[in-house]
Design a protein around this ligand. Sequence first.
Ligand code: IMP
Ligand code: MG
Length: 177
Amino acid sequence: MKEEISVLITEEEVDKRIRQLGEELSRYYEGKTVQVIGILKGGAPFACELAKRITVPVIMDYMQVASYGAGTETSGDVKFLKDLDMSIKDKYVLIAEDIIDTGVTLAAVKDILKNRGAKDIKICTLLDKPGRRILKKITADYVGFSVPDKFVVGMGLDYDQKYRNLPYIGVLDFKEE
Ligand code: IMP
Ligand code: MG
């Protein structure tokens, strides 16, 4: 099977939206320092691009969780692979994620972080797939784009660890060779 990618959101649209989110977040965090937590691996490119557009002081940290195998369906259980390096006690925390799909990953992340005494926790996701949500209570405070129920790649999102580096969002399809 041949993998084919068609552009869903162009690089220009992605960049423009990230700038807008950066402006909104800079207003929200005015006078504060924000601890941006990128969810590895998929959330890392977005976390970096977003941090570049935030004008208040930013501290970056990362956490790694995994809910996907090599396929395109979530396995439902979440493994914690890497914890934060820094304490979030009394901090303003912004979770930066690539996509909210079923909500399983973010529910697990939020559960862990909730008990660590952060002053404020917000979620910013580049993409949201609301049609696929299993955990309805998981919503993002800031969303880049709402996307249809298709398997997407690029800007951190992978298929079998590939395509994370694409600067746009594409839909992945499989064609007979
Ligand atoms: P959730 O736990 O189902 O919300 O899934 C979150 C994680 O699944 C994301 O951080 C992605 O790594 C992965 N994921 C969900 N949908 C897609 C997709 O369309 N393409 C690539 N990865 C996806
Ligand atoms: Mg991910």
